[in-house]
Design a protein around this ligand. Structure first.
Ligand code: HAM
Length: 422
C-alpha cells in the first residue's frame, strides 16, 4: 500500500535550509536593539483564553471577528491561538504582579502568531513577529525610544526603502469629542447594516475600509488629529521633537487605523515600498486602557510588533542580506582516520575562536568531498591528508577565486581570523 504525502496547512510559512539562516539572522537583528536597551525576554503560550483577545483586541476588529483560530479544548474551555502579542504580555504582567515592581516593565518577545487571513505574498496564517512592550510609563520620551528601537532593527537589516508613519489617537477626551462629530458624519452616509454596526463599535474602523466607495465617502470625514486636547497635542509634539533629535524621519498619517482596538495616543506603522499590498513591516503604539480592560490596574503602555516574514522579504527585495553570514568559514576535508581525528580536534579549536567550521564526513572521494565543500558555500577549504599531518602544513583554498596559501595547521585560527575580519 502506498501512502499519500501530507502537505503543510494552507497559508503557513515555514523556513528550511538554506533560507532559514537568513530568517534567523533577520529575527535576531530586529530584536538586538531592544536587548541593548534593557528589554527582557518573555516566553508566552501560543494559546490563551479566548476572552483575552475578544476583550483586549476588540470585537470590532477583523482579527477578532473573522480571523481567530478558536477551538474548545478537552476541558470544554474556549481557547484561541494568539493573533498578536500585546494582550498576552498584559495578561502575564497582571497575573505575575510584574506591574507592582519596578516601572516601566520592559519586555520583548518573539514567535508565531495566527490569523485566518486570506493567504497571499507576505500574508500568512501563521507568521512571525518580534515585539516589545514598555508598561507603566506615560512619557513621550519612551514613545520615541520604542519607535527608535524598531527603526534601528530595520536599519540593522540594511533596509532603506521604508517610511515611518505616525499619528496620535489622543486621550479619551480627544477621542470622545471626535467620536461625536465622526458619528454625525457617518450618519449622513448611506451604509449597509454590517458597516453601520462596525461604526457603532469603533467608527475609526471605517477609515480602514478598503472598498473604493468607502474610501471616497470617508474623504471628508473629520480627523482625530484635529480634535486633540491641548495635553495630547503637546504630547505628540514632544514625541516628534524627540524623533527629530534622533534624526528619524516620519510622515504624519492622520488616517492611519491600526487593526487592533486598544490603541490610544502615539501610534505608528513602518511601510515598505517594495512589497506590494502587504507593505506593513511593523507597527505599534500606546494602549492606555488595555491593562484595566484585562482586570489589572490602570497603567499606560506602548510597544510594537515587527513582521519577521515581511522584513525578510524586504531585505531580499533590497538585496541587503549579508550572504557570507549564512555559510561556513572553513570546510575541512580529512582523508583517513588519523586525519579525521585531527580535523575533529582542529574544528573544535577553530569554532571556539568563532570560526564557523564544517567537516566532510563519510567515506567520500576527494572529488566528492570538494563538491560538497563547494555546495556548502564555505569561504575556505583545506584538505587534511597524511602528508599535511606529517608536515603540519595545509593548503588553504579561497573558494571565491581559487587562490591557495600554505598555512601551518597551528596557525589556521590566526590566519582565518585575520582574513575573515577584513
Ligand atoms: P500588527 O500591526 O497587527 O500589530 O502586526 C504587526 C506586524 O506583524 C505587521 O506590521 C506585519 O508586519 C506583521 N503581520 C501581521 N499580520 C500578518 C500576516 N497575516 N502575515 C504576515 N505578517 C503579518 C500587532 O500585532 C500589535 N500587537 C503590535 C503592538 C505591540 N502594538 C503595541 N504593542
Amino acid at each position: 500500500m502506498k501512502f499519500e504525502k501530507i502537505q503543510a496547512p494552507k497559508g503557513v510559512r515555514e523556513y528550511l535550509p538554506p533560507e532559514s539562516s537568513a530568517f534567523d539572522w533577520v529575527r535576531s537583528q530586529l530584536i538586538a536593539p531592544a536587548v541593548s536597551a534593557g528589554y527582557q525576554l518573555m516566553e508566552l503560550p501560543v494559546f490563551e483564553d479566548t476572552n483575552l483577545f475578544s476583550r483586549g483586541v476588540g470585537e470590532s476588529t477583523d482579527v477578532v471577528s473573522k480571523e481567530m483560530y478558536t477551538f474548545e479544548d478537552r476541558g470544554g474551555r474556549s481557547i484561541t491561538l494568539r493573533p498578536e502579542g500585546t494582550a498576552g504580555v498584559m495578561r502575564a504582567v497582571i497575573e505575575s504582579n510584574l506591574d507592582r515592581g519596578q516601572l516601566p516593565v520592559k519586555v520583548w518577545y518573539s514567535g508565531q502568531f495566527f490569523r485566518a487571513e486570506r493567504p497571499q505574498a507576505g500574508r500568512y496564517r501563521q507568521f512571525y513577529q518580534v515585539g516589545i512592550e514598555a508598561i507603566g510609563l506615560d512619557d513621550p520620551a519612551i514613545d520615541a525610544e520604542v519607535i527608535a528601537i524598531a527603526d534601528r532593527g530595520f536599519k540593522n537589516l540594511g533596509l532603506k526603502n521604508y517610511r515611518l508613519e505616525i499619528t496620535s489617537l489622543g486621550d479619551s477626551n480627544s477621542r470622545a469629542a471626535h467620536r461625536v462629530d465622526l458619528l454625525k458624519f457617518i450618519d449622513s452616509l448611506t451604509l449597509d447594516e454590517a458597516t453601520k454596526e462596525r461604526a457603532q463599535i469603533n467608527p475609526l474602523r471605517l477609515f480602514d475600509d478598503k472598498r473604493p466607495e468607502m474610501q471616497e465617502a470617508m474623504k471628508n470625514a473629520p480627523l482625530l488629529l484635529d480634535y486633540l486636547s491641548d495635553e495630547s497635542r503637546a504630547n505628540f509634539e514632544q514625541v516628534k521633537k524627540y524623533l527629530d533629535a534622533l534624526a528619524i524621519s516620519y510622515v504624519i498619517n492622520p488616517r492611519m487605523v491600526r487593526g487592533l482596538d486598544y490603541y490610544t495616543g502615539t501610534t505608528f506603522e513602518f511601510v515598505h515600498s517594495d512589497l506590494g499590498a502587504q507593505s506593513g513591516i511593523g507597527g505599534g503604539g500606546r494602549y492606555d486602557g488595555l491593562m484595566e480592560t484585562l482586570g489589572g490596574q490602570s497603567l499606560s503602555g506602548i510597544g510594537f510588533g515587527l513582521g519577521v516574514d515581511r522584513a525578510l522579504l524586504a531585505a531580499v527585495a533590497e538585496k541587503s542580506l549579508p550572504q557570507d553570514q549564512f555559510t561556513s568559514d572553513l570546510f575541512i576535508i580529512p582523508l583517513g582516520d588519523d586525519a579525521m581525528s585531527s580535523a575533529l580536534v582542529n574544528a573544535q579549536l577553530l569554532r571556539d575562536a568563532g570560526i564557523k567550521t564544517e567537516i566532510a564526513f563519510g567515506d567520500r572521494s576527494l572529488k566528492g568531498a570538494m563538491k560538497a565543500a563547494d555546495k556548502s558555500g564555505a569561504q575556505y577549504v583545506v584538505v587534511f591528508g597524511d602528508s599535511e599531518l606529517s608536515s603540519g602544513e595545509v593548503n588553504l583554498k579561497r573558494m571565491r577565486d581559487g587562490v591557495v596559501t600554505s598555512v601551518k595547521i597551528a596557525q589556521l585560527k590566526d590566519v582565518l581570523r585575520e582574513t575573515l575580519s577584513r
